[in-house]
Design a protein around this ligand. Structure first.
Ligand code: ADP
Ligand code: MG
Length: 398
């Protein structure tokens, strides 16, 4: 179902509530990666240009006890945002009350304020994270229209997304949320074919629902990473000391049978003698994995085999590194496949979901070579599982 976006509402003179994802990493009180702020700029600028009065809010970190408050204040983010926008961003160090309400009333068209970390409300009974009905209603009362642009929390039903949406007349998606819906949602609902899914990462148990859902919609599912070994075991191979989830072997067997040739596993792997960046590296065919070695990456023949499938794809969704890419000598498989996707960029829609997968392509310096890199780790995973995300569901349909 198509969702309304910020383009579909009148913003001029309106008090526009904007839920952004400013959950940035902080080191010694400084922002160590401002990507999330930069990513939110198009939506914010658009609202201000249209003459909206922007009221921004976000969570930051986790708040369990009083000592978490100071180090998770959004004030440092407001300051940085102000620099990036080259415009004053008034910061209100409260999540409710008179000071906030007066600041909202004082806003002029094209002006912006931001209030304190929504999770400060978690200190007293997890009001934000449990979507306390009174809290969502209160925040909604501060504005005329709600723009949700926080994909990173779209898999959560919080007061600052669903709570606000259920108490306000209009809820629309910001540009960032729109992009995620168009690319991930689009691939799952109506992909151009052939649609190839590439799955890796550490564990089968983390990705069962993703595998099952992508088996439903994709034409081919290529499996690498740590979870491949449970599949190799299910095929009857000895896998040495590779990562094994013994209790998932039956499930892997079942998926292999159900998938009728859709699943593609490799023929060779790169092994180490231990989980160690300096360990001796060997290429082994999957039927000859020594008892004292563990699979750390896909092998060169597997990379070629995957390439031959990828090269014709029109849609690719990739979730999960194909090897232990954090260790340089076991990063080749992941880099190779990243490169293969870069090569088909002009003919295919290529989408990367998953926090570590995104980190891997950024580590390789290839981040500009894909159609879309999802900004939400957990949210993109649940989206790929085929779940309805509350933060998307609460946006008005067109
Ligand atoms: P994402 O965050 O992209 O969804 P995951 O969290 O599922 O990905 O998996 C990422 C992790 O999987 C990485 O830390 C990587 O080292 C690990 N991994 C990949 N291949 C292997 C392997 N063969 N053995 C053990 N761990 C692996
Ligand atoms: Mg991960």
């Amino acid at each position: 179902m198509a969702k309304k976006t910020v383009r579909d509402v009148e913003l001029k003179g309106k008090k526009v509530l904007v839920r952004v994802d400013f959950n940035v990493p902080l080191k010694d009180g400084e922002i160590s990666d401002e990507n999330r702020i930069v990513q939110a700029l198009p939506t914010i600028k658009y609202i201000l240009e249209q003459g909206g009065r922007a009221i921004l809010f976000s969570h930051l970190g986790r708040i369990k006890e009083a000592k978490d408050l100071e180090k998770n204040s959004l004030s440092v983010v407001a300051k940085r945002l102000s620099e990036l926008l080259n415009q004053e961003v008034k910061f209100i160090p409260e999540t409710r009350g008179k000071k906030l309400e007066e600041a909202v009333s004082a806003l002029n068209n094209g002006e912006i304020l931001m209030f304190e970390n929504t999770r400060f409300e978690d200190l007293d009974g997890k009001k934000e994270s449990k979507n306390d009905p009174e809290l969502g209603k209160y925040w909604a009362s501060l504005g005329d229209v709600f723009v949700n642009d926080a994909f990173g929390t779209a898999h959560r039903e919080h007061a600052s997304n669903v709570g606000v949406a259920s108490n306000i007349k209009e809820t629309v998606a910001g540009f960032l949320l729109e992009k995620e819906i168009n690319f991930i949602g689009g691939a799952l609902e109506n992909p151009e074919r052939p649609f190839v899914a590439i799955l890796g990462g550490a564990k089968v148990s983390d990705k069962i629902e993703v595998i099952k859902n992508l088996l439903k919609v994709a034409d081919r599912v290529l499996i690498g990473g740590g979870m491949a070994y449970t599949f190799f075991k299910a095929m009857g191979y000895e896998i040495g000391t590779s990562l094994l989830e013994a209790y998932k072997v039956d499930l892997a067997k079942e998926l292999l049978e159900l998938s009728k040739g859709k699943i593609c596993l490799g023929d060779d792997i790169v092994t180490g003698k231990g989980f160690d960046p300096e360990t001796e590296k060997n290429v082994r065919t999957v039927d000859q994995i020594p008892a004292d070695e563990m699979g750390m990456d896909i092998g060169p023949r597997t990379a070629e085999k995957f390439d031959s499938i990828i090269k014709d794809a029109k849609t690719v969704v990739w979730n999960g590194p194909l090897g232990v890419f954090e260790f340089p000598r076991f990063a080749d498989g992941t880099r190779h496949i990243a490169q293969s996707l870069v090569e088909i960029k002009d003919q295919a829609t290529t989408i990367i979901g998953g926090g570590d997968s995104a980190a891997a392509v950024i580590q390789f310096g290839l981040e500009d070579g894909f159609t879309h890199i999802s900004t939400g780790g957990g949210a993109s995973l649940e989206y790929l599982e085929g779940k309805l995300l509350p933060g998307i569901e609460c946006v008005d349909n067109k």
